[in-house]
Design a protein around this ligand. Structure first.
Ligand SMILES: Cc1cc2nc3c(=O)[nH]c(=O)nc-3n(C[C@H](O)[C@H](O)[C@H](O)COP(=O)(O)OP(=O)(O)OC[C@H]3O[C@@H](n4cnc5c(N)ncnc54)[C@H](O)[C@@H]3O)c2cc1C
Length: 496
């Protein structure tokens, strides 16, 4: 395909995507390849993206970022899960809490025991057995890998942070590891006549930058992957009907809740993300059912404090590039695609793409099998993510708006239909290969949105009704006691 050794990598774009890619590459491949990042202060970054999921901790560790510095510099808070209000029916509330729930038995998840207990008349809530949920609702946090003296899971966490500050931190870090930063606007991309590969990019000031491999991190512009290579886009918007977001930060309030809140409204949903110094807010909506003006009014009337800026509308289309890697261009970040931030997946997708590129790095030239494998993994990942996000929309019982009724009626991917049917009939749900979302994540959304299985696994019958009753009672005592002994979220942050 292209047998030239890859010696020079050019990353175009310095948002979260560009700098995560630069930092990871510098740390892992920096001794063998030359890395340049081109960004334009004049164009700037998208300036949103504040909620993350637990694997970000592994990324920071891999890069060598100290957690204390990271939390201080990015004004981060702890995130234990995402609370979903009004998603099943109006008035409902549940959480996709990170980490485990209850106690797992060999070959049989805890929720089967909970379902048996429920059929026997136990009225406890599934989240009574989640340490993360209980801690989140009491504004508590402490690093805890497991409940002492047991094999029960402890607290699993992620962060809310200022993505702009994170990019800045990674920029300093990457440059200290040898990444060459160039400021300027790219206004031309030249292709090699024979191969169709990108030969060089040209800055407004006339400077030409050559490279062997280009990483397109230009955000929604997709300057190389789409504007230059016309790679094509797989549109998911017939399943995910929201196409706009309006965002505004507001003043902080006294208690720093260690979870994201997602509140469904009549034509979409609103997020609330508490940082140390402010709260990030945004309303995601469908322009078919709501005007920008209506969205702005709705957003501003549901803030905890005074707005700190003028609300900004961001139009988007949900979906992904047909190929994340095309010729000698790899698209990472918004240039590759976008999922609304319902499950905080976009920064995670940057992380996995950057890791995948390092793992499949074509040091001796771009080979078709490496490119094919990269794109295969990327496709599987985005389809799994797509299904999980669609689930939230499909599985609603709201009858108060055309938007939600249309979501109930819509055809969903076959893979999702089968997953929901299997769970409805048997309570069984399986994580696909390396899928990001665990069985427990799927269970929480399905149970939280009122899909209560008709049956449970027979292994749950290995305990008598009395034993199940004791199990539930003892677990709850243990979890409540554990949570009572955690420090407050605020104290944890102050101690840093
Ligand atoms: C409304 C909304 C909410 C979101 N919330 C979350 C969330 O809670 N959690 C999450 O994980 N993700 C979230 N995301 C996604 C997240 O913001 C992005 O994935 C992340 O910020 C990465 O953006 P990026 O680096 O791809 O693009 P950008 O931040 O847009 O960066 C693009 C870069 O390319 C440069 N550039 C562009 N054109 C040129 C050019 N011609 N020459 C030189 N440089 C150029 C720009 O200057 C900039 O440096 C959200 C996104 C949106 C739209």
């Amino acid at each position: 395909m292209h047998n030239n050794k890859i010696q020079k990598v050019v990353i175009v774009g310095g948002g979260t995507a560009g700098w995560i890619t630069a930092a990871l590459m510098a740390k892992t491949l920096g001794k063998t390849v030359d890395i340049t990042l081109v960004e334009s202060d004049e164009i700037g970054t998208i300036g949103v993206g504040e909620a993350t999921i637990p694997p970000l901790i592994h990324l920071n560790n891999a890069i060598g970022l100290d957690e204390k510095i990271f939390i201080q510099e990015t004004k981060a808070t702890i995130k234990l899960g995402i609370e979903f209000d009004n998603w099943g029916k109006l008035g409902d509330s549940y959480m996709h809490a990170f980490g485990g729930i209850g106690k797992n038995f060999p070959f049989c998840d805890f929720h089967h025991f909970w379902l048996k207990a429920k059929q026997g008349g136990n009225t406890s809530n599934y989240w009574d057995y989640s340490v993360n949920y209980q801690a989140a609702k009491k504004n508590k946090f402490k690093k805890l890998s497991g409940i002492e003296g047991t094999n029960l899971p402890g607290v699993e966490y992620a962060y809310h942070f200022d993505a702009g500050l994170y990019a800045k931190l990674l920029s300093t870090f990457s440059q200290s590891m040898g990444v060459n930063r160039i400021e300027g606007i790219v206004n031309q991309v030249n292709l090699n006549d024979n191969s169709g590969f990108v030969k060089n990019i040209v800055l407004e000031a006339g400077r030409i930058i050559e490279g062997d491999l280009f990483v397109d991190c230009t955000g929604l512009k997709a300057l190389l992957i789409e504007q230059t290579l016309s790679t094509g886009f797989e549109d998911y918007s017939h399943w995910l009907p929201c196409d706009r977001a309006i965002v505004v930060p507001c003043e902080s309030v006294e208690s720093l809740t260690p979870y994201t809140r997602s509140t469904a409204h009549e034509s979409g949903w609103q997020w609330r993300i508490p940082l140390q110094h402010r709260i990030g807010n945004g309303l995601v909506y469908s322009s078919k059912y709501m005007t920008d003006e209506q969205a702005k009014d709705k957003l501003l009337s549901h803030l905890d404090g005074k707005p700190l800026a003028e609300p900004k509308v961001i139009p988007f289309k949900t979906g992904v590039r047909r190929k994340q890697w095309n010729k000698n261009v790899v698209a990472i970040g918004l240039s590759n695609g976008f999922f609304e931030p319902l499950e905080s997946t976009n920064i995670h997708l940057i992380q996995t793409a950057a890791i995948r590129l390092v793992k499949l790095f074509p040091h001796s030239g771009i080979k078709s099998m490496e490119v094919t494998e990269f794109n295969r993994q990327s496709k599987i990942e985005s389809k799994q993510m797509r299904d999980f996000i669609i689930l939230h929309y499909k599985l609603n019982q709201r009858d108060d708006s055309d938007f939600w009724r249309a979501c109930q009626r819509m055809e969903v991917p076959d893979t999702l239909t089968k997953k929901m049917a299997l769970f409805a009939q048997s309570g069984k749900v399986f994580r696909e290969q390396d899928e990001l979302f665990t069985e427990i994540a799927w269970q929480q959304v399905m149970i939280g949105q009122n899909l209560i299985p008709q049956d449970y696994h027979p292994i749950a019958n290995s305990l008598s009704d009395e034993q199940i009753f004791d199990l539930m009672k003892n677990l709850k005592i243990l979890i409540d006691r554990t949570v009572d002994n955690l420090a407050s979220h605020k104290i944890f942050l102050e101690a840093l």
